[in-house]
Design a protein around this ligand. Structure first.
Ligand code: MN
Length: 443
């Protein structure tokens, strides 16, 4: 931990809501999400211990209006976008107020008759929605370890890093409308692929379905067209982070990606975690990133530490393991702190041409890899299938099979420091919908 704590991240803080040991959501976290119970409209909730506090009901009681004017409307909406649009001063005021209301020595919520009984309930009862309506979606390629591995796999014999890699944060625009919340089933995509380089392409279900372990940031108020966000202003525009699983069909991707980059091999589904962890909660875990050599151009330079020490893990469970009650296998444990390009550089770069961002835009990091074997995708972990993963049920995996479940987890802190966790982003693979096109045609 790098160690700059404030009144809301102070390790000594305790809540009157019980927080189990090793819980991702102590009072220092205060992650926000969109929740509902049976018969309820979706609204903003805050995760606390094993519970969720319904902020629409707290706002209705008038307890948040002073810190967040318009709180009744902002917190009863079906997305976080209105709050994201308010900007950092509003985010800071709301966080400070929630920290106080949940502190062990504060009676305010409990003094309102019936409020806690209605507004505080187990997270297991909450149906989690997509936390924000995703506007534009960008996916970067900011792990130099991942870029090097993919370069070796896709362009064997050539220099793995292309000449631009150390000069610009490489990225592409993805498909925001297929971003789904954790738990949404992932249907195996169909498309064109070319399994035999001596022959033409075939159509069918992807035979190389993969994951990408990523963290994405969501933006706040936004900039005016033609007015870039400087790297010094990036913090005013980034609310917080979610876990991202960028499901990837490697065979579709390999055939389609040149010369314009990822398209249908990525756009069928991208999963995100339901709780948004604020930068404010992660502040004590901010660390310096790797030395950038050569030094980037001036608009990408910052003296600030912009990396975050977030321990991540990838879990895989087959359908057979689930049926037998076998726990998922942890197949990788990378850390976010090693990313070559940080999110301030990513945002400055994405807007340097004057492009706009809006509340709810999502910028994902790119696959987070570390030194072997802690890679963030199966194509790296199995070296394109050459070294399959052995599962406890006796089967092997080069890529995902139908019925497989993947769970990504992440947290900062832990031990003596408050654990600022992300919860999880999970998804299970279901069989392709072949419809009337099931016959593979190989001309
Ligand atoms: Mn990706």
């Amino acid at each position: 931990m790098s160690g700059v704590f404030d009144a809301t991240t102070d390790p000594a803080l305790r809540s009157w809501v019980p927080v189990p040991a090793e819980c991702d959501f102590p009072v220092q976290n205060l992650s926000l999400g969109i929740v509902s119970r049976a018969g309820e409209s979706p609204r903003v909730g805050v995760a606390i211990g094993a519970d969720v506090l319904d902020l629409a009901l707290v706002a209705e009681a008038g307890l948040l209006e002073e810190s967040l004017p318009g709180s009744r409307v902002v917190l009863s909406g079906a997305s976080l976008n209105a709050l994201l649009g308010r900007g950092r001063s509003a985010w800071t005021a709301l966080r400070a107020r929630l920290s106080r209301l949940l502190a062990v020595d504060d009676q305010t919520l409990r003094d309102v008759p019936g409020l806690v009984e209605r507004a505080l309930y187990p997270r297991t009862q909450a149906r989690m929605r997509l936390p924000f309506a995703v506007g534009d979606y960008v996916d970067f390629y900011s792990s130099i370890e991942h870029a090097t591995n993919l370069g070796r796999l896709f362009r064997p014999g050539a220099e793995p890093l292309l000449p631009n890699y150390r000069h610009i944060p490489i990225g592409y625009h993805g498909r925001s409308s297929t971003i789904v919340v954790s738990g949404t089933p992932i249907v195996r995509p169909c498309g064109q692929r070319r399994p035999d380089p001596q022959r033409g392409p075939v159509f069918g279900a992807s035979a190389a379905l993969d994951i990408e372990l990523e963290i994405g940031f969501v933006t706040g108020p936004g900039n005016a067209l033609g007015t870039p966000i400087s790297i010094a202003a990036a913090r005013e525009h980034i609310y917080g982070l979610v876990l991202v699983n960028d499901w990837s069909a490697r065979d579709i991707q390999a055939w389609e990606y040149q010369p314009l980059g990822p398209f249908l091999g990525k756009s069928f589904a991208t999963s995100i975690s339901p709780w948004v962890v604020s930068l404010a909660a992660l502040e004590p875990y901010r660390v310096a990133g790797p030395v950038q050599e050569p030094e980037p151009l001036p608009y990408l330079r910052t003296a600030e530490a912009w990396n975050y020490d977030i321990a991540l893990s990838v879990e895989l469970q087959s359908a057979q393991m689930a049926r037998a009650g076998t726990a998922p296998l942890t197949i990788s444990r990378p850390n976010f702190k090693k990313m070559y390009w940080n999110m301030a550089q990513q945002l400055a770069h994405a807007t340097v041409n004057g492009a706009v961002t809006r509340p709810g835009d999502l910028f994902a990091s790119g696959t987070i890899s570390d030194v072997e074997p802690d890679f963030g995708s199966l194509i790296e972990l199995t070296w394109r299938g050459a070294h399959p993963i052995r599962l406890p049920d006796g089967s092997q995996r080069a890529f995902l099979q139908d019925g497989d479940s993947v769970r990504l987890l992440g947290h900062a802190g832990g031990g003596a420091a408050p654990r600022i966790g992300f919860g999880e982003v999970s998804g299970s693979v279901s069989a392709a919908d072949l419809g009337t096109t099931s016959t593979e045609v190989n001309p």
